[in-house]
Design a protein around this ligand. Structure first.
Ligand code: ADP
Ligand code: C5P
Ligand code: MG
Length: 219
């Protein structure tokens, strides 16, 4: 592989279905020439704080993320170099000690609530997708997911939603819809939208492969 990978951004409110859409695209591509990076993996390390202190952090603010490390890692992947991606623990509200090696691929998907809020990050993205799901559906999905998978109580999810998640959505997520190239309604099980994205990605990969084989022939 020699040419620059294509970076696709998937943004949308919490519970909109970003992670599910990214996984569905990955599963539909037979060659797996694709890497998924979650902005969530780049929440700041808080291992120096007590658990009690970590529960008080506002996780719905751009400053909650280590944007420098995320942009550095994306640049590495775009230069066809591997990275050691942090692994985030939602139950402990901090990074795990281990990291995951991510190898460069032709397609990199970056998904997260605030990836369009950062103008430098926005400029790095070749294709921007906004997953658009109504707020009532998103909160229901989030309650179920956070209680099942992120070790939360109903009260804590509702309290967090009203104090930080909802205001941040209106300030940092929804206004950035205007930057999107494509809007996918309802998220993860919108098979038509996923098929269209998969067809687009396959055609990008084919074109890159043709370009690379022409380069080899001409050398
Ligand atoms: P996000 O990453 O945007 O917060 P997720 O992909 O984690 O959202 O989806 C939140 C929850 O909603 C998950 O439990 C997921 O299985 C579920 N979900 C995602 N898309 C749909 C959909 N179209 N219909 C029903 N449930 C969905
Ligand atoms: O997958 P999703 O987009 O929902 O992930 C982002 C959400 O994760 C944010 O809305 C934030 O409130 C939540 N979060 C959390 N606890 C953490 C880190 C993030 O509830 N420790
Ligand atoms: Mg997610």
């Amino acid at each position: 592989m020699s040419s620059r990978p294509i970076l696709i951004g998937i943004i949308g409110g919490t519970g909109s279905g970003k992670s599910t859409v990214a996984r569905a695209i990955f599963q539909s591509l037979p060659e797996k020439n694709i890497a998924i990076i979650q902005q969530d993996s780049y929440y700041k390390d808080q291992s120096h704080l007590t658990f009690e202190e970590r529960t008080k952090t506002n996780y719905d603010h751009p400053l909650a993320f280590d944007a420098t490390l995320l942009k550095q890692h994306l640049s590495e992947l775009l230069n066809n170099n591997s990275i050691q991606k942090p692994i985030y623990d939602f139950e402990q509200h901090t990074r795990k000690k281990e990291t995951e090696t991510i190898y460069p691929k032709d397609i990199i998907i970056l998904e997260g609530i605030m990836i369009l809020d950062d103008s430098e990050l926005r400029k790095m993205l070749d294709i921007k997708i906004f997953v658009d799901t109504d707020a009532d559906v998103r909160i229901i999905r989030r309650i179920l997911r956070d209680m099942r998978e992120r070790g939360r109580t109903l009260e804590s999810v509702i309290d967090q939603y009203l104090t930080t998640v909802r205001p941040a959505h209106l300030q940092f997520v929804e206004p950035n819809k205007k930057y999107a190239d494509v809007i996918i309604p309802e998220g993860g099980y919108n098979q038509v939208a996923i098929d269209i994205m998969v067809a687009k990605i396959k055609s990008i990969i084919e074109n890159k492969q043709k370009l690379n084989s022409n380069r080899v022939k001409n050398n």
